[in-house]
Design a protein around this ligand. Structure first.
Ligand code: G3H
Ligand code: 13P
Ligand code: NA
Ligand code: ZN
Length: 311
């Protein structure tokens, strides 16, 4: 059924694994992810950004998730708003039947982030919806999220404790060096996240679920596939898998993945276009793209997240 993340996070925290939160924008993406979760008996979070809502019209995405649950009633799926930047979008998603929303006030001054988060928590909790908030700022570029490297700030551990206490948010996204998009670490540098900071935050917030954004691995196989078939993704680099497995040991219960889905889909479609130039049936290139997403997500669940068999 459609569920909140409350039970998912409790089990993930105790089990030292994480639940994947995958960004969805259309039918093929949802089908590929859901097939992987069903086969591995994994809990699942499907998240919709403001950009996804604008692209697809929110009702379509909600109905596609409902369809996935009709096909797989045994699954637990949370439907989550990703990066809600104001009260209105959070309210709209809560009213639309989302089970979880992220209120992202990380761009605001501290007290304003608290006030906005409190307001969303109050509205959400009265309706059985859970709230993820964010403290600290990740670097990176997406449709609605665009933060320059010099504007990024790591999460302060003591402030995190104060923030959670005062807002009552059910989970907290923290900034420890990951970033959004396909260029997380500069060319020629080793990927590095601040695991020590994560440990400190996690120790100060026992039994509390943390969230890692910007956690795609930017899988080299798909970057190379894009580049081999006409793409230009020079120096793309993401979070190595062992890093994510380690984070899941220290209270990280939700790992956000969007870029890896984009790369799997785009790489596969590029290859289809070049390999099969006479084809003009979208199903013939979207089916392999959906299959690539399924394979990629299955690998994440089994090898990176450890959420298999945890339904
Ligand atoms: O963190 C942002 C997500 O990857 C969604 O990106 O705003 O381009 O849909 P988007
Ligand atoms: P990636 O760009 O690393 O996939 O991060 C996605 C994300 O954090 C969505 O909120
Ligand atoms: Na989120
Ligand atoms: Zn994010």
């Amino acid at each position: 059924p459609l569920v909140t993340t409350t039970e998912m996070f409790k089990k993930a925290y105790e089990g030292g694994y994480a639940v994947g939160a995958f960004n969805v924008n259309n039918m093929e993406i949802i089908q590929g992810i859901v097939k992987a979760a069903a086969e591995t008996k994994s809990p699942l979070i499907l998240q919709v950004s403001a950009g996804a809502r604008k692209y697809a019209n929110p009702i379509y995405l909600k109905k596609l998730v409902e369809a996935a649950l009709l096909e797989h009633p045994e699954l637990d799926i949370a439907l989550h708003l990703d990066h809600g930047e104001d009260f209105e979008i959070c309210k709209a998603c809560i009213d639309d039947g989302f089970t979880s929303v992220m209120v992202d006030g990380s761009h605001l001054p501290y007290e304003e982030n608290i006030a906005l988060t409190q307001k969303v928590v109050e509205y959400a909790h009265a309706r059985g919806v859970v709230v993820e908030a964010e403290l600290g700022r990740l670097a990176g570029v997406e449709d609605a999220v665009n933060v320059k490297k010099e504007d990024a700030t790591y999460t302060d551990p003591d402030q995190a404790v104060d923030f959670v206490k005062r807002t009552g948010c059910a989970s907290l996204a923290i900034a420890i060096g990951t970033s959004h998009g396909a260029y997380k670490f500069a060319a020629g540098t080793d990927p590095k996240i601040d695991i020590e900071r994560l440990k400190v935050i996690s120790n100060l917030l026992p039994n509390y679920p943390l969230v890692l954004h910007g956690a795609s691995s930017v899988i080299p196989e798909f970057v190379e596939m894009c580049n081999a078939y006409g793409g230009e993704l020079k120096d793309a680099k993401g979070c190595p898998e062992p890093m994510l497995r380690e984070a899941a040991q220290y209270g990280v219960c939700k790992i956000n993945i969007d870029s890896d889905l984009r790369l799997a889909m785009t790489g596969t479609i590029r290859k289809q276009f070049v390999s099969n130039p006479s084809n003009f049936d979208p199903r013939k290139y979207l089916a392999p793209a959906r299959e690539a997403i399924y394979d990629m997500v299955k690998h994440k669940i089994l090898v990176v997240l450890g959420s298999d068999g945890k339904l």
